[in-house]
Design a protein around this ligand. Sequence first.
Ligand SMILES: Cc1cc2nc3c(=O)[nH]c(=O)nc-3n(C[C@H](O)[C@H](O)[C@H](O)COP(=O)(O)OP(=O)(O)OC[C@H]3O[C@@H](n4cnc5c(N)ncnc54)[C@H](O)[C@@H]3O)c2cc1C
Length: 261
Amino acid sequence: MNIVVCVKHVPDATADRKFESDNTVDRVGVDGLLSELDEYAVEQALQLAEKNEGSEVTALCIGPAGAADAVRKALQMGADKGVHIVDDAIAGSDALATSLVLAEAIKKIGSPDIVITGMASTDAGTSLVPAALAERLGLPQVTFASVVETQGDQIRAKRDGDAATEVIGATLPVVLSVTDQTGEPRYPSFKGIMAAKKKPLDTWSLGDLGVDAGQVGLSVAWTQVEDTAARPPRTAGEIVKDEDGSGAKALADFLASKKFI
Ligand SMILES: Cc1cc2nc3c(=O)[nH]c(=O)nc-3n(C[C@H](O)[C@H](O)[C@H](O)COP(=O)(O)OP(=O)(O)OC[C@H]3O[C@@H](n4cnc5c(N)ncnc54)[C@H](O)[C@@H]3O)c2cc1C
């Protein structure tokens, strides 16, 4: 089975994340890491590969130079090879342009049986890329899967909704997005970290993909972040001391005042 897993490099949520003057995210001056939700996508890819002998897992990432770390993390977890798309023209791209570059990279990698993504990135979190990617590749999409099984060229996935759990079936190849309910991502072992150093990690530009730079980047984005404001600092909150048994009523009044009950 030929599996491609898309991994995004995002600013570390514990770091002091900043926006550039053009309201794009500062992805260079801030520490970044593999998007946490994409660790579940890598884990799912590895589990499918382990169940299908002879499989190959390729980790694919678009991002500035530092984003190669996200690919390396996927290689340390167990992916077989990595592809990093880096090109200044991509900066500020919207989800549509991101899906274009991913689709062309996947075509260059060669016809995958499954393209796996996370359910959303942990910075912008639009969840737009999986569907746009499926459209560009002309593949069915199975999204927000919490359980995934394959049998020959068939895939079955469970998707937990508020009111019901759906079981979705499709014929491979597909684009699959997985939730954080698909199983705890493995930690890279020392052996895995050492082995990753020898695994192939290709770096491609837009030119290598035959993508015209005029199709990507902030200037052609269909959506732009017009303004940003720091979130107000968290307030200490209200402390209710239950010294005379009135604590429960005070709590109920507080919840009612916030219309939680
Ligand atoms: C604050 C903010 C708001 C934004 N709002 C919008 C908006 O409303 N509309 C819009 O079109 N763009 C928006 N963008 C731009 C958007 O973030 C980028 O285009 C991004 O590359 C793709 O969208 P996403 O992060 O929302 O991905 P999602 O669709 O949430 O990601 C789903 C999955 O796609 C894969 N994926 C996503 N990006 C990459 C990548 N670079 N490399 C490899 N795999 C990837 C991962 O597997 C990920 O789990 C915004 C960016 C920021 C920072």
